[in-house]
Design a protein around this ligand. Structure first.
Ligand code: SAH
Length: 212
């Protein structure tokens, strides 16, 4: 990374993540290593490390750094873990999961975003990411079951096809609720086929929609 971006990135990690209790060393290291400015529109690169979500193409957003770190820490990815992501968007969250050694399967509804993200992964020579353009409500049955599932757009209800594709003892993190009200970020765990859920935070994500 160029020097001034490295500085901004370290400042982001120390000032926004460590101070808010992100503790995982591997997650903090991933957040220091992945160049977030490459995942935002060029005219916003100087704001890439600021403490907020930013607009990307087609009215979508790249999530706030803290939310990316928080969701990643909750899933606790380790090398070789198979992770399904719904809502590739900019590809930043995907790249963080890949940096932690997970094999990532990411579904994006909007073809233009899927293609842009793939270009950045190629440029950064990240190999352990598979992107598919399609509707995340169906999941990725050919690759199921997954050790973990991360949903980065908000459905109104927990999509059943996704929990079906979660491995036993797997974890899924998903913001649930309507765009017009507060959404609740939920951590689901599956044990003996039974899903239990815990509410973590209130959040605001773009809606998970059925068609482009
Ligand atoms: N993690 C991304 C978040 C992008 S915003 C980032 O930080 O950049 C959420 C993304 O979910 C958008 O790109 C949107 O197009 C996508 N999306 C919405 N509904 C979807 C669906 N049903 N299936 C797959 N992707 C969906």
């Amino acid at each position: 990374m160029e020097k001034n971006f490295t500085e901004l990135c370290n400042k982001m990690v120390d000032g926004q993540l460590v101070t808010r209790n992100i503790k995982s060393k591997t997650v903090l290291d991933a957040m220091r290593s992945v160049p977030r400015h490459l995942f935002v529109p060029e005219n916003m690169q100087d704001r890439a490390y600021s403490d907020n979500a930013l607009p990307i193409a087609l009215n979508q957003t790249i999530s706030q750094p803290y939310i990316v770190a928080f969701m990643t820490e909750q899933l606790n990815p380790s090398p070789g873990m198979k992770i399904l992501e719904i809502g590739t968007g900019s590809g930043y969250q995907t790249a963080i999961l890949a940096h932690l050694g997970a094999e990532v399967f990411s579904i994006e509804l909007l073809e233009e975003l899927a293609k842009e993200a793939e270009k950045i992964f190629a440029k950064l020579k990240i190999k352990n990411i598979n992107v598919r353009c399609g509707n995340g409500y169906s999941g990725w049955p050919e690759e199921a079951p997954f050790d973990a599932i991360i949903v980065t757009a908000a459905p109104e209800y927990i999509p059943q096809k996704l929990t079906e594709q979660l491995k036993d003892s797997g974890r899924m993190i998903v913001p649930v609720g309507s765009v017009h009200s507060v959404q609740s970020l939920k951590l689901l765990t599956k044990n003996g086929g039974i899903i239990s859920e815990r509410e973590l935070l209130h959040v605001r994500f773009v809606p998970m929609v059925d068609s482009p």
